[in-house]
Write a protein that binds this ligand. Structure first.
Ligand SMILES: NC(=O)C1=CN([C@@H]2O[C@H](COP(=O)(O)OP(=O)(O)OC[C@H]3O[C@@H](n4cnc5c(N)ncnc54)[C@H](O)[C@@H]3O)[C@@H](O)[C@H]2O)C=CC1
Ligand SMILES: CC(=O)C(C)=O
Length: 288
């Protein structure tokens, strides 16, 4: 090979190396710049709707639930929408929440949004509320929200990036409803923790807000309806749901999409100047 040919070969090799290097940098940047969201309790109901919307928004999403079977089914359903992975855990256990954040970071490289969606209802006349109901409801709805917020905030601080925490509150966090005393109290506690976490974490560029749905026809409301009928035998199945949703000004019950539209906004840069807010998304039911 003559000197000219050797030079040309060297030049070609050098250029190929530079192009490969730039490509790796570009693809790496693309992967790292893709924002990552975790949604707890997202095997079904409102959480699944939120996960679906965030995937469509371009987030990589770690879905999560206590129910392995439901979670696997949902992951399969969502996988054509984008980067989705799943993690089984119990929000009421601090170690599970830390493991959830670690799994999201290991899978997708970072964390940007954490949605404390998982929650349970409790339907009992006040005089019959017992220790096990108080413990279960507060452990999942309140301890779960605190542990999720702590685990996510620790990760944002470690990354040195801003972050967004979005909690599931409820109309029951603004009003208190008969036979929903324990549930209402737990959602009032979620509201209080949303306020205080927003105040304490603002200096770290972490925002904390909540969505407060009204009456959505998920499995939760199917159970509430059944329990309300049990508590008042004069009611027929479907009547409690019809009574609650009949009071909605916009004339229809809520869908997961209605809730996901608000969470989409709270997860986006458009909400960067909003923190400590518990926003009603109820079609016109509670006004404050
Ligand atoms: N459905 C409604 O009308 C309203 C719901 N909300 C709130 O929205 C959130 C979602 O509600 P829905 O989708 O209706 O409930 P849902 O009962 O239909 O779904 C909740 C999901 O959370 C999971 N989950 C329950 N306990 C868990 C735990 N310890 N750890 C991990 N996952 C757990 C369940 O397996 C389920 O997949 C809840 O926080 C609820 O309180 C608030 C207002 C109204
Ligand atoms: C389920 C719920 O959040 C209610 C009844 O307010």
């Amino acid at each position: 090979m003559c000197f000219k040919e050797q030079k040309a070969l060297q030049w070609t090799r050098g250029s190929a190396f530079v192009i490969m290097f730039l490509l790796v940098l570009y693809l790496g940047g693309m992967i790292m710049s893709k924002k990552v969201a975790v949604v707890t309790g997202s095997a079904g109901g409102l959480g699944k709707g939120i996960a679906e919307r965030l995937l469509k928004d371009g987030f990589s999403v770690m879905i999560h639930d206590i129910s392995q079977d439901a979670l696997t089914k949902t992951e399969t359903e969502l996988k054509d929408l984008g980067d989705v992975a799943s993690f089984v855990g119990d929000v009421s256990k601090k170690a599970d929440q830390e493991a959830l954040v670690a799994a999201a970071v290991e899978k997708f490289g970072q964390l940007n949004v954490f949605v404390n969606n998982a929650g349970v209802e409790a339907v009992t006349p006040f005089l019959k509320i017992d220790e096990s109901e108080l413990e279960r409801t507060f452990k999942i709805n309140v301890f779960g929200t605190v542990y999720g917020t702590q685990a996510a905030a620790e990760q944002f601080i470690k990354q040195g990036t801003p972050g967004k925490i979005i909690n599931a509150c409820s109309i029951a966090g603004h009003e208190a409803y008969e036979v929903l005393g324990t549930y209402s109290a737990s959602k009032h506690a979620v509201k209080a923790f949303t306020h205080v976490a927003a105040k304490e974490l603002a200096s770290k560029h972490i925002t904390v807000n909540a969505y407060c749905p009204g009456v959505a026809k998920t499995k939760m409301w199917d159970r509430i309806d059944a329990e309300m009928v049990k508590a008042d035998p004069s009611l027929k199945p479907g009547e409690p749901f019809a009574k609650f949703s009949g009071e909605i000004a916009l004339g229809r019950y809520e869908t997961p999409t209605d809730v996901a539209n608000l969470v989409h906004f709270l997860a986006s840069e458009d909400s960067d100047y909003i923190t400590g807010q518990t926003i009603l998304v109820d079609g016109g039911l509670v006004y404050n």
